[in-house]
Write a protein that binds this ligand. Structure first.
Ligand code: C2E
Ligand code: MG
Ligand code: MG
Ligand code: MG
Length: 290
């Protein structure tokens, strides 16, 4: 810890700790304001099918539209929300916004098979979750296979039997489960056999240098090939995250990745903006030869 002791053994306030404490308090305050005033939004980033070039689905990413600070990314917010257990309330908002917006996109575009992928924190896996999903999907007329539940190793790592039961229930409903950030942290291959995983999302750290024919890029390419082979053997779809260039996309297509997501196609945006652009261009992501 950063606590320091003075000459006479008295605790001295470390300005760094004080700053962090203040920052956390401020974020917590903002979260409450955001819940009260509806500042949370689900932005949509397209996920592209590599064989057709069409949009297979969207990942819903949380944003806070703060009236003074502008549009805030989830980085610091999620961490504080998980520590203070308020993540459940934020998660509910994002989940409903994601499903409602998918319904809106469907009615405006006729994309009746695209999915929405929603990120979940460990604390959201409580027994009422499956029933809540059924009710929400029903309310917005969305079939269960169009909801993808994204989880990270943080959800799986303690092998909590209650979480396993809830995941199995969600899977039985027909919703799909995606393993996010795969290949980083303590993610273990055994998650693929112990939990009902349908989609593996390869972390962007593997994609970043993949077009490099040498060094770390070459090694990352081999890792991605290996992860894809194992995932396909386990009947999982493979999505590559953080695809920023045409060169990276080219390599991923060669490898046989099923879907790709990243700034090369589009950044996460409000669904209003996506709809507006669709009216002009007819396509969400750039099409070959146009
Ligand atoms: P994630 O689920 O792995 O989401 C992908 C992140 O990569 C997003 O960051 C996205 O904006 C970013 N990204 C997409 N394409 C590119 C690219 O080409 N290059 C780069 N450098 N980045 C790209 P974002 O939106 O800041 O979200 C960060 C993380 O916050 C997410 O990582 C997820 O773990 C968490 N998160 C976001 N929304 C929610 C939510 O509603 N609930 C929970 N529990 N967590 C969320
Ligand atoms: Mg995700
Ligand atoms: Mg990820
Ligand atoms: Mg992540």
């Amino acid at each position: 810890t950063r606590k320091r002791e003075g000459k006479n053994g008295a605790q001295i306030f470390d300005p760094v700790i004080l700053d962090r404490t203040r920052q956390r308090a401020e974020i917590e305050h903002d979260i409450h304001e955001a819940l009260d005033n509806d500042w949370f939004e689900a932005h949509f980033q397209p996920i592209v099918d590599t064989s057709s070039g069409e949009v297979a689905g969207f990942e819903a990413l949380m944003r806070m539209r703060h009236p003074d600070k502008g549009l805030l990314s989830p980085a610091g917010i999620i961490e504080v929300a998980e520590e203070t257990a308020i993540i459940g309330r934020i998660g509910d908002r994002i989940l409903e916004a994601a499903i409602a917006n998918l319904a809106r996109l469907t009615s405006h575009t006729g994309m009746s098979d695209t999915y929405v992928a929603v990120n979940f924190s460990p604390m959201q896996f409580e027994s009422p979750l499956p029933l809540r999903l059924v009710r929400l999907l029903d309310r917005y007329g969305i079939l269960p296979h169009r909801l993808v539940v994204e989880i990270t190793e943080a959800v799986l790592m303690h092998d909590n039997p209650e979480i396993r039961t809830i995941l199995n229930e969600i899977h039985t409903l027909g919703c799909r489960i995606a393993l996010d950030d795969f290949g980083t942290g303590y993610s273990s291959l055994s998650y693929m056999s112990r939990f009902p995983v349908d989609i593996v999302k390869i972390d962007q750290s593997f994609v970043r240098s993949i077009e490099d024919g040498s060094g770390i890029g070459q090694k990352n390419r081999m890792l991605v090939e290996g992860i894809a082979a194992i995932s396909h053997k386990m009947n999982c779809l493979v999505v590559a995250e953080g695809v920023e260039t045409a060169a990276q996309y080219g390599v991923l297509r060669e490898i046989g990745i099923d879907c790709a997501q990243g700034y090369h196609f589009a950044r996460p945006r409000q669904v209003d903006d996506i709809l507006a652009e669709l009216q002009q261009r007819k396509h969400i992501v750039p099409q070959k030869g146009s």
